[in-house]
Design a binder for this molecule. Structure first.
Ligand SMILES: Nc1ccn([C@@H]2O[C@H](COP(=O)(O)OP(=O)(O)OP(=O)(O)O)[C@@H](O)[C@H]2O)c(=O)n1
Ligand SMILES: C[C@](O)(CO)[C@H](O)COP(=O)(O)O
Length: 377
């Protein structure tokens, strides 16, 4: 039995994004909480058949967003950048992909790799759906669209074939993609079904369009917290100071309500618990307002491109009565989470004088939070 092909990927990211504009090249603009380049890079690295991924572009700028990975400097044209990537890999098959196409579905990669068993190259192609016409301002003749496809990347090739195509291509001739170079050198290139998600970020509005196309998943997290009641302490519940004969004891302001919600939010993104972010052993958090903990958790969700969409909390105590403060607590939590108050539920219950809450020794809170995260593609 022969060994499986060694498969590498080249992610070209050395362009300047002239048509996109902006302060930074488009591959570093943010899409769903991450730099554009990080999306396609993750898809390539995480694909089980791809053994090596080389990124081509400015090592300092790319290293800053992708960390310690293999990067080679790019060239003046896309073709030069691809060439630099080809020089840096050893493989049987290579996938060449634009960093400017961030949303890379796994089935497209699978289909490209499978096609190389029978063809020198394979590209994703999408049928043209609109009428095509010439225009110089005034509308000109319609161009027949039968048999036309929009050619996307990744473009996959047997390594020797794409290498030979680059070696023989006239240096002064433009090449808009690699597939045409392979065909010009006598290679066969097939098409596999492309995907609208793979559309390239070329103009400024393209990023918003892709953002709207990203799936979202809703996840739920749960949080629970208890603090002891003692005389001489302030009572803070849900970010509101409540007059009472006793208050909750803790390293911070001991706001069980905000702590339970913070843990629920952290639970949505698997980010540990409040103690792992704000250890009680650190003096910095002594007496801290729990607002900061919840805002930190919201920031972590937003850094993943997520959005908190709802929370529901139950406060468990015999006293004080929560009813008179419910609206103020809801409004405060809504402000901290940047939610409409209607998306915040605050409930209260007693435990019928049973247990530590029933004896008035402490107050407990339980919360769930719902977060919308960018889904898998
Ligand atoms: N010298 C170049 C030019 C382009 N690219 C990469 O090729 C892909 C497709 O190119 P394009 O959309 O044309 O990107 P830019 O060249 O950056 O855009 P523009 O033409 O608007 O300047 C991009 O991922 C881009 O970073 C590259 O690696 N090296
Ligand atoms: C390689 C490519 O993305 C395939 O569609 C396309 O040809 C790049 O063209 P550009 O002019 O560099 O945007």
């Amino acid at each position: 039995m022969s060994a499986p092909p060694r498969i590498a990927a080249i992610l070209v990211a050395a362009g300047t994004g002239t048509r996109f504009g902006g302060d930074v090249p488009k591959q570093f603009a943010r899409l769903a909480g991450k730099p554009v380049i990080a999306h396609a890079h993750a898809a390539l690295v995480e694909h089980p058949a791809i053994g090596e991924v080389i990124v081509v572009g400015d090592p300092a700028a790319i290293g800053e967003v992708l960390g310690d990975i293999k990067i080679v400097p790019g060239g003046a044209t896309r073709r030069d950048s691809v060439r630099a990537g080809l020089d840096a890999i050893e493989a049987d098959y290579v996938l060449i992909h634009d960093a400017a196409r961030p949303l890379l579905p796994v089935p497209v990669i699978d289909a490209l790799i499978a096609a190389l068993a029978e063809h020198d190259g394979a590209v994703p192609g999408l049928p043209v759906a609109d009428t095509l016409a010439r225009s110089d301002g005034a509308l000109g003749d319609v161009v027949p669209r039968d048999g036309l496809v929009r050619v996307q990347t990744p473009q996959a090739f047997r390594y020797d074939v794409i290498r030979a195509a680059h070696d023989t291509w006239p240096p002064d001739r433009e090449a808009s993609d690699d597939a045409q170079m392979v065909r010009a050198n006598g290679g066969t290139v097939t098409t596999v079904p492309g995907d609208a998600l793979l559309d390239k970020v070329t103009f400024a509005g393209d990023l918003d369009r892709l953002e709207r196309m990203i799936d979202s998943v809703q996840v739920t997290g749960f949080g629970y917290d208890v603090h002891r009641l003692a005389a001489g302490e302030e009572l803070w519940l849900g970010g509101i100071r409540i007059p009472h004969d006793r208050g909750l004891v803790g390293h911070s302001d001991a706001d069980v309500v905000l702590h339970a919600i913070t843990d629920a939010v952290l639970g949505c993104i698997g980010a540990g618990d409040i103690g792992s972010h704000f250890p009680p052993s650190e003096p910095e958090w002594r007496g801290a307002s729990s607002d900061r903990f919840l805002e930190h958790a919201r920031g972590l969700v937003e850094a993943e491109g997520g959005r908190i969409i709802h929370t529901d909390v139950t406060i468990i105590c015999e006293a004080p009565r929560i009813g008179p403060y419910r609206d103020a607590i809801r409004a405060r939590i809504a402000g901290l989470l940047r939610l409409a108050p209607a998306r915040v539920s605050v409930k209260a219950t007693t435990t019928e004088r049973l247990g530590f809450t029933g004896r008035g020794e402490g107050i407990a809170a339980q919360a769930v939070a719902t977060v919308s995260l960018p889904g898998s593609i």
